[in-house]
Design a protein around this ligand. Structure first.
Ligand code: AGP
Length: 612
């Protein structure tokens, strides 16, 4: 949440910072700002900031905004509304210090009161501004000393970057709970909260750790602990293709979400590649760091994730129970830590996250590890905080995901869980024949995903009708329920329609009261042991005049039910949920497109939720 970028070197900073912010905008997009410094100590700090998008800031940038040192920020509001004053950078009373910050200062209100009592006038409603004043008022001789002195007074999380007119040869950055990556260039250094802002300039990077500060000058970087003792850190090469962060050149996709949905078959092939063992009907997941004996000793699996990752976690729990016969469930990571959970030695905890940064999931992982539990990760972003914190894991290999609405990463989470369930099952009672049956089905899935995506035009038409409704239900049972939850999540996230997920079986216990010709239901009805009961529920909805869209398999007989039918290819029952999910992504996407919304940057949201 919130994007930070900084530059020091031989080029003008502002154009580079604006370009970097554009690439980080998915992390927060309610306002943006820049601060730049010239090379001499007489040069004053220049700040420009504005509510709205980076392009609004760009259009408004003063003509004279020169400087080869600078920091930039794109904001997702936590303290105070999205307006020009609350936008970052924040400056101290003299206008010498500028700070950009990602995270939350928990004791900001106390610090604001203390500063006010000392005669400081705070300009904004933000927690960040206190940092600028604390740094500005410090009498330490070095900028590093001033930042460290200020940080000693704050509780909370931060990734921050600071420039100071008295120290024009450096940017000082610090991290505690919010990511910061240093990029090493030729006579220039960059810093950003996400690799996306660096890869066009350099792939030589160093990750700052929690509790560390760093000084960037044009010729290099130095890392410290908060007591300013040296904490040497090496920069390494990252293996990324910068074009993976771009919309494909042919203009085929008007949004990242569309591109990312379309990439799903290829992404699915990547997560499966080299991990299926056809001979023994099992999966190879070396990264789990568990031998067969340890795997057999697992008595329970607890999956933790947030939002859509939590819903896919529910799909994963079903897969593990069915294939490995180990009791498994998923829980919202955001709630887990606060109920003082009992951590069991024979439970395998699984954290699932695209970004690997979601603070609620990261804190849940830390809670488990603090209590001695074993936790593995299903994570997309290599080297992210969760990936580094867990005991082992499975990388998802989806490639960078830019759209706030997650699609290809979720698909690969499901496949990651399929691999895990297969491996857990095969060291227990899953037969080699069943293992081979599933491997056959997994291998076919990418092609079947492609078949679902080919139905886009028909789905777009259905979506345009659904978009007219103010309120919708998404319903499913057992394996189909998390599919319905994910479908409702995607629909509300980008279409802003009220979409509620229910177990189909629960409708008659209350929500049926809301069914009417104005309230459509999207029902998940796979060919499985519950088909007849699901079809029965469709009759009950239709009898009350509720319009129906049914996502099903071609061989399911829906009888006389009047509905719009969407058929997806059949896989093995355990794997059906993912093929049933993909049409729901397209429904959400085309509803949002029809309503004219910004698909990749839905209102009020941001990619990578790094605040609690
Ligand atoms: C998905 O469409 C959402 N934007 C959101 O629920 C997301 O899945 C959640 O915030 C978790 O993110 P993570 O996978 O990066 O941890």
């Amino acid at each position: 949440m919130c994007g930070i970028v900084g530059y020091i070197g031989t080029q003008q900073a502002a154009p580079l910072l604006l370009e970097g912010l554009t690439r980080l905008e998915h992390r927060g997009y309610d306002s943006a700002g820049l601060a730049v410094l010239g090379a001499t100590s007489s040069s004053s700090l220049k700040v420009a900031k504005k509510a709205g998008r980076v392009r609004d800031l760009q259009g408004d940038l003063p003509k004279r905004f020169a400087g080869k040192v600078g920091i930039g920020h794109t904001r997702w509001a936590t303290h105070g509304p999205a307006n020009d004053v609350n936008a970052h950078p924040h400056v101290d009373a003299k206008g010498d210090v500028a700070v950009v910050h990602n995270g939350i200062i928990d004791n900001a209100s106390t610090l604001r009161q203390q500063l006010t009592a000392d005669g400081v006038t705070l300009a904004s409603d933000t927690d960040t501004e206190v940092l600028a004043h604390l740094i500005g008022r410090s009498s330490a001789e070095t900028l590093e000393g001033r930042v460290a002195e200020a940080l000693a007074q704050v509780d909370g999380t931060y990734g921050l970057a600071v420039v100071h007119a008295d120290f024009p040869d450096r940017i000082v950055v610090a991290r505690n709970g919010s990511p910061l990556i240093i990029g090493v260039g030729e006579k220039e250094m960059l810093v950003a909260s996400d690799l996306a802002a660096l890869v066009r300039h350099t792939t030589t990077v160093a990750h700052l750790e929690d509790g560390e500060l760093a000084t960037l000058t044009a010729s290099g970087f130095t890392t410290y602990r908060t007591d300013l003792t040296r904490a040497p850190r090496e920069a390494t090469e990252v293996d990324v293709d910068p074009s993976a962060y771009e919309l494909s050149g042919e203009g085929e996709h008007e949004s990242f979400m569309h591109q990312e949905m379309r990439e799903q078959p290829a992404a699915a092939e990547r997560v499966l590649r080299g991990r299926l063992d056809e001979r023994f009907g099992t999966a190879h997941l070396g990264g789990l760091n568990m031998d067969a004996r340890e795997t057999r000793a697992i008595r329970r699996v607890k999956i933790l994730g947030c939002g859509s990752a939590y819903y896919v976690g529910q799909m994963g729990a079903s897969l593990i129970e069915e294939l490995a016969r180990i009791p498994a469930d998923a829980e919202a990571a955001s709630e887990f830590r606060y109920r003082d959970p009992v951590i069991e030695a024979d439970t395998l905890y699984v954290a699932v996250s695209q970004s690997g940064e979601t603070i609620d999931t990261l804190l849940a992982v830390q809670e488990i590890r603090r209590k001695g539990g074993r936790v593995i990760g299903l994570v997309n972003v290599v080297g992210s905080a969760i990936a580094r914190e867990v005991d082992g894991g499975i990388y998802l290999h989806s490639g960078p995901e830019v759209a706030v609405a997650s699609t290809k990463a979720l698909t690969n989470m499901f496949l990651g869980f399929s691999l895990l369930a297969l491996q857990l099952g095969r060291v227990r009672d899953l037969s080699i024949a069943d293992g081979k049956r599933l491997i056959g089905a997994l291998t076919t899935l990418p092609e079947q995903m492609g078949e679902v995506l080919e139905q886009e035009d028909a789905l777009a038409e259905v979506a345009r009708t659904l978009a007219e409704a103010e309120s919708l239900f998404f319903v499913g049972r057992v394996r189909g329920f998390p599919v319905a939850r994910e479908g409702a999540q995607k629909f509300k996230e980008i279409s802003y329609r009220h979409a509620e997920a229910y177990q189909t079986s629960e409708l008659k216990h209350g929500p049926l009261a809301l069914i009417s010709p104005d309230v459509p239901t999207v029902a998940i009805v796979p060919a499985d042991e519950l088909t007849d009961r699901n079809v029965g529920a469709l009759h009950e909805i239709a009898a009350r005049g509720g319009p129906l869209v049914v996502v099903t398999h071609a061989d399911v007989d829906l009888g006389e039910v009047v509905c719009t039918r969407i058929d997806v290819p059949r896989s093995e029952r355990e794997l059906d949920p993912i093929l049933l999910t993909i049409p729901l992504q397209l429904l959400a996407y085309h509803a949002a497109l029809h309503l004219g919304h910004d698909i990749d940057k839905p209102r009020n949201l941001a990619k990578s939720v790094t605040v609690e």
